[in-house]
Design a protein around this ligand. Sequence first.
Ligand SMILES: Nc1ncnc2c1ncn2[C@@H]1O[C@H](COP(=O)(O)OP(=O)(O)OP(=O)(O)O)[C@@H](O)[C@H]1O
Length: 225
Amino acid sequence: MIELKNVRKSYPDGNSRVEVLHDVSFEIGKGRYAAITGPSGSGKSTLLHLIGGLEPADTGEIRVAGKPVHQMNDTELARLRLEDVGYVFQQFQLLPTATALENVMMPLLATKPPKDLKVRAKQALDRVGLAHRASHLPSRMSGGEQQRTAIARALITQPKIILADEPTGNLDTETGSRIISLLEEIHRDDGATIVLITHDPSLAERAEDQIYVRDGKAEKIIGVQ
Ligand SMILES: Nc1ncnc2c1ncn2[C@@H]1O[C@H](COP(=O)(O)OP(=O)(O)OP(=O)(O)O)[C@@H](O)[C@H]1O
């Protein structure tokens, strides 16, 4: 489902460039639940951005759902982000002036919205246990509720892959654990491939695969469960 081959990524640093990822190669199989761990600044978010087509790699090959991300133009990348991948971020990234329901509808408003969009958004909110919060603004919801809304927003496009960047980073331990249980449930019931960045070893251990990023390299530990 996700395949990286000899991927390199650098960023500008003054007059030169600093290479964050050197020659990274690994695969994550269809329907697997993988955790990415590693020290702060090691390149975990960068790796997720490359997989999700948010940023280009310098060199190497990236295939997502069988499609060559490294060869895509902007239109194809936009379609990948819309159709194949759902994102969940540490800071939730909800629109503050929109209700929970409107936030969940948002990804499909940019395209030709399906006629039953509102019904689908309500179902997605119900799925994450938030049917009763549909008309609330993010500021009137707890952190856990905001992250559930963000997960419902990721689910509205029925993505094959969910990329979650430290989704529990702004939550207390118990709320964070419930968010991880929800992602596990989506993985189990929908067969979605989940890639989770976490600093918490106990959360990483709950994943089927672990990818450890350090010194610009990624080492995969296969079949932990
Ligand atoms: N857009 C950018 N421009 C320049 N440097 C960047 C950019 N994005 C990331 N970096 C640098 O790349 C390195 C890796 O960043 P990244 O956010 O991928 O690490 P991370 O492992 O996710 O870190 P953390 O665990 O602290 O979130 C860091 O040194 C960071 O400063």
